[in-house]
Write a protein that binds this ligand. Structure first.
Ligand code: FES
Length: 64
């Protein structure tokens, strides 16, 4: 699913950037993938994906 139409960024690319790229917020995501730096309409959804991925990751770490 595309989150950012302007840059053609999908939700899984954002998840990957958070999980493997150490991205923790919108500002970092913006500078890494460009997400949100054009029209800005994807910012809210991108932020949500960052948040959910971080939560998932910390739950996973607790178990491990
Ligand atoms: S859809 Fe992401 S900046 Fe336009």
């Amino acid at each position: 699913m595309f989150v950012c139409m302007c840059y053609g960024i999908t939700d899984s690319q954002i998840e990957e950037a958070v999980r493997d790229g150490g991205i923790g917020n919108m500002r970092e995501l913006k500078s890494k993938l460009g997400v949100g730096s054009q029209c800005g309409s994807c910012v809210q959804m991108a932020q949500q994906i960052i948040d959910t991925t971080i939560v998932d990751e910390s739950l996973f770490k607790d178990v491990g």
